[in-house]
Design a protein around this ligand. Structure first.
Ligand code: AHG
Ligand code: MN
Ligand code: MN
Length: 344
């Protein structure tokens, strides 16, 4: 049986772009190499090198840095940084962008990553992943500016993620559909396993940390209560699935349909997930697969961040489920203001 490798696929997609120089293919190939190294490390966590546990450091988001977070961050930064295809790298784990010195080999792309997503699941053998996003340097000249590092979601050139799970899967889009590749561990090669992924228009599951119920606002409570009501004619109640690794929850949602939500709450008034490293890349992928991604009232890809670590609420998945959620949220907000007006 003839199988398409990830390298072949990337080259074919790049060829479809007039004026392509091969730089994009090189970058994607380096991402694949870093992903293979991390996959190997994840699969052998616990044996040999001590990769479980904490580094003792706290990152810019105030979260404890696990050893695997740090290992993934360093591996990606080294490999991508030396690829000659990027001029800057931003990471969830790094407060400041890493700018490739002008005298070094650098290229026209900006690489953004959540090097290890789902950190809380590392030590318990539950799926974790990497999320990445690629933009082209916008400003002219050698200096990397804020305009380059904080681009509108829609300006992404490519985005993808890798799930380190029961198998390792690499999913990416360069604006020509979404394609998934599974790592054959015997050959160490990714093969096309999920060509032209399309998310079901509507699903039957919702995914949210429902333990946060008491810190949600009324509109969020109303939405989740609605999904749990018994009404077979509208497919309710929905099933609840929540892994706690965005990449894994998203991967399931992409394949099976439904909605993933991380709303704002009193603990994270702006939302918990990060625009550049989590929401924007997955929004690009879901739209390419026919789905939707929203803050609850705004399309994610219409947003231009104001800092590289911006956070926001995320509602992502099947088109009908995201649209229904937006409508429902808006209706309760309006009901709330009517109530205040009447009782005020
Ligand atoms: P990270 O491990 O990169 O910091 O991301 C964790 C994120 C995301 O993967 C997941 O969806 C969410 O945090 C889980 O948060 P809760 O534990 O609050 O549910
Ligand atoms: Mn994450
Ligand atoms: Mn992370």
């Amino acid at each position: 049986m003839e199988r398409t490798t990830l390298v072949q696929h990337i080259r074919q997609q790049e060829k479809a772009n007039p004026g392509a120089t091969g730089e994009f293919s090189s970058l994607m190939n380096e991402i694949m190499v870093a992903a293979k190294i991390i996959s190997l490390q994840v699969n052998s966590a616990g044996i040999g090198e001590d990769i479980f546990g904490l580094t003792g450091k706290i990152n810019i988001h105030g979260e404890e840095v696990k050893k695997l977070d740090e290992f993934s961050d360093i591996t990606f930064t080294k490999i991508i940084g030396q690829s000659g295809t990027v001029c800057a790298i931003t990471s969830e784990e790094k407060e400041e962008p890493f700018i490739i010195p002008i005298e070094d080999d650098r290229g026209k792309y900006i690489f953004m990553m959540d090097p290890l997503d789902g950190s809380s699941n590392i030590d318990v053998n539950v799926n974790i992943g990497t999320i990445f996003s690629i933009y082209r340097k916008k400003s002219l000249g050698d200096i990397v500016t804020d305009e380059d590092l904080m681009q509108k979601g829609e300006d992404q050139i490519a985005a993808g993620y890798i799930v380190y799970g029961s198998s390792t899967i690499f999913v990416y889009t360069s604006g020509q559909g979404v394609h998934g590749f599974t790592l054959d561990p015997t050959l160490g090669e990714f093969f096309l396993s999920h060509p032209d992924l399309v998310i079901p228009e509507r699903g039957s599951t919702y995914s949210i940390n429902e333990g946060n119920w008491v810190i949600w606002d009324e509109s969020q409570k109303d939405l989740v209560a609605y999904l749990k009501e018994d009404d077979p004619s509208t497919g309710r109640p929905y099933k609840l699935r929540y892994i706690g690794s965005l990449v894994a929850d998203f991967h399931r949602t992409l394949l099976k349909g439904g909605i993933f939500m991380y709303p704002k709450d009193t603990k994270s008034p702006k939302g918990k997930l990060r625009f550049s490293f989590e929401a924007a890349p997955l929004a690009f992928i879901v739209e390419q697969a026919g789905g939707k991604a929203s803050t609850g009232n705004q399309r994610i890809l219409d947003i231009t961040p104001t800092s590289i670590h911006d956070r926001l609420p995320l509602f992502i998945g099947s088109k009908n489920d995201v649209e229904m959620s937006e409508k429902r949220l808006a209706a309760t907000v309006n009901k709330g203001s009517w109530f205040k007006w009447l009782s005020g």
